[in-house]
Structures are given as C-alpha cells and as structure tokens.
Design a protein around this ligand. Structure first.
Ligand code: NAP
Length: 280
C-alpha cells in the first residue's frame, strides 16, 4: 500500500482508505461490517472515514477496539446543522464516545450550511487546542469556500473531501490546484462514480479494460489508482464484501504510467472550463 503525507499534518496516510457511508448498522449485519473493516485495516487501509450522519461510528469503534490507536487515521464529520461553536465541540465529543477513542486524526465540516463558517472553524480550532482532534478539515468546499476558510482559519486546513473520480473531473480545473498550492489534501469520495462503469465494447470501457489487462488488475482497481494518481489525493472506497475489500486494497500498489493517463484523458476528459463542484 502506497502512502503519502496528508496535507500539513505530517502524517503518512495510505492512498486507499475505507469509507463507511451506508455501512450496515443493524444487529444481523454488524459483525460482518466489523470484519470487513478489520480485513481492510490488515491490508493497509488504515484511514477510516466516518461521520455523525452515517451512524457507522459504533461499527468503526468495534473494529478498532483492540488495535494500536497510533497505527490508525480516523476521520469523522460534524453535520452542518450542528456546526455552531458549541455544537461542533459537542458533536465531536459524541463521536469520540461512539468510536471509543480519545482523539480523532482529522475532523471535518461535512458540507456548508447556514451557520457562519467562522463559528465552525473556531469550534474546530478549540478541539485542536484541547487535544481532541489532531487536525481539522472541510468537505464539499468549492474554490470560494476554501478561500473564505483560509481567510478565517488560524490552524491549517488539512483536507477537503470531495466528489472526484474518473467520470467527474471538474475539480481538476481550479479546486485541486488551489488545494495543492495551499497543502490541503484532497480526499476523493465515491471513487467508482455514480453511474454504471462502461463495459467492454464501448470506447471508454475498452480503454479501461486494456489498461487493467496491461497491469494485471481489474477495472475497479484502475478507477481507484486513477483517482489517486495526483500526489495530493487520497480515496476512501466503501466496501462490505470481503472480495471488494481485498480488491480495493490491491489498488494501493498500482502506479499508472503517463501513457495510461493520456489514454484516460482521451476517453474520460476533464471539462475544459471550470465547473461548480458536484456533491453526492
Ligand atoms: N463527504 C461527503 O459528503 C461524502 C459523500 C459520499 C461519500 N463519502 C465517503 O466516501 C465513501 C465512499 O463513497 P461511496 O460510499 O459513495 O461510494 P463508493 O465507495 O464509490 O461505492 C460503494 C459501493 O461500491 C461497492 N464496491 C466497493 N468496492 C467494490 C469493488 N471492488 N467491486 C465492486 N463493487 C465495489 C460497494 O459494495 P459493498 O459495500 O457491497 O462491498 C458499494 O455498493 C463513503 O462511504 C463515505 O465514507 C463522503
């Protein structure tokens, strides 16, 4: 598993982590979900993404209970409706209890709501000063949101978690270069895209299959390795099925060549002009 420095945190974080949105939370499936996360951690996917909204913090807590805390990179998020100064602190304290840990590696505002950003950032900074979170970040922030946040924040903004994949390349135009310049890591969510993956026999499908065959991998693994081909990007696929977890972790070893990227650029071009950030 390749790893790289996560924004200004100085932490080495694996390029492929684990998402937990829509993770099973009911009793019957709880053990399976715990097992999947533990399997992923054993395979090097130690960056685990959760959020108060996902209701997956208890599952994550169970999965990491007996593991050395310092080997994990645990991220959670506050909902915009709770993101007042006090609300941010209370939501984080609840997440810490749900997860059974005494600190988070990074804590994010899930998306921008109506509460003034300055209030949320003050709450995040208080959490850093009190040792409850090691770093703060944002999610679904477009260029103007990042610029506003940078104008307010006293502590570094470690990451911006956004919708980014081979089919949704708008952020490459302005947002990703801005974040790279400001040393804000990009965490790409929904890395397989929201639609069906193009099949063999279609132009895009053939390109993906050819690249996968050349590397001796699957198309899904190529999608993940494309997502992290930029040295400032991490991704967090969600998988509960054992086979999916193994496949996703395997993508952390692949390095696409300049020729692979050129073919992908032709088949799945980034938009020529800036577009607004999409959100899932
Ligand atoms: N910040 C935000 O606003 C935001 C928004 C969306 C997502 N996220 C985060 O990003 C994570 C990932 O995004 P996502 O959950 O939307 O989508 P995703 O990871 O792109 O896709 C998840 C789906 O793909 C399946 N899958 C995973 N690996 C596979 C493989 N190797 N082969 C075939 N199918 C595979 C999963 O199935 P199984 O589970 O059955 O294995 C699941 O149905 C989320 O879980 C969440 O942590 C953040």
């Amino acid at each position: 598993m390749q790893s790289r420095t996560f924004g200004q945190t100085g932490e080495l974080v694996p390029v492929i982590g684990q998402g937990t949105w829509k993770f099973p939370t009911d009793k019957n499936e709880f053990d399976g979900a715990v097992k999947a996360l533990r399997q992923g951690i054993e395979l090097g996917m130690t960056h685990i993404d959760t959020a108060e909204m996902y209701k997956s913090e208890e599952v994550v807590g169970q999965a990491i209970k007996t593991l050395p805390r310092e080997k994990l990179f645990i991220v959670s998020k506050v909902m915009p409706s709770n993101a007042t100064f006090h609300g941010t602190i209370e939501a984080c304290e609840q997440s810490l209890r749900n997860l059974g840990v005494d600190y988070l590696d990074c804590y994010l505002l899930h998306w921008r709501g109506s509460i003034p950003l300055g209030e949320t950032i003050r709450g995040l900074e208080k959490l850093i000063d009190d040792g409850k979170i090691r770093a703060m970040g944002v999610s679904n922030f477009d260029v103007y949101d990042i610029e506003e946040a940078l104008g307010i924040a006293k502590h570094p903004i470690a990451c911006n978690q956004i919708l980014y994949n081979i089919f949704t390349r708008g952020p490459e135009r302005q947002l990703m270069p801005l974040c790279a310049t400001k040393k804000i890591a990009i965490v790409a969510y929904t890395p397989f895209g929201e639609k069906r993956i193009p099949e063999k026999g279609t132009e895009g499908g053939d390109v993906l299959h050819q690249i996968a065959e050349k590397h001796g991998t699957t198309v899904r693994q190529i999608l993940l390795s494309f997502t992290v081909h930029d040295s400032n990007v991490f991704t967090i696929p969600k998988a509960v099925k054992e086979q999916h977890v193994t496949e996703n972790a395997g993508a952390g070893k692949i390095t696409l060549t300049a020729e692979d990227i050129r073919k992908i650029d032709q088949a799945f071009p980034a938009p020529k002009n800036p577009v607004s950030l999409e959100m899932n």
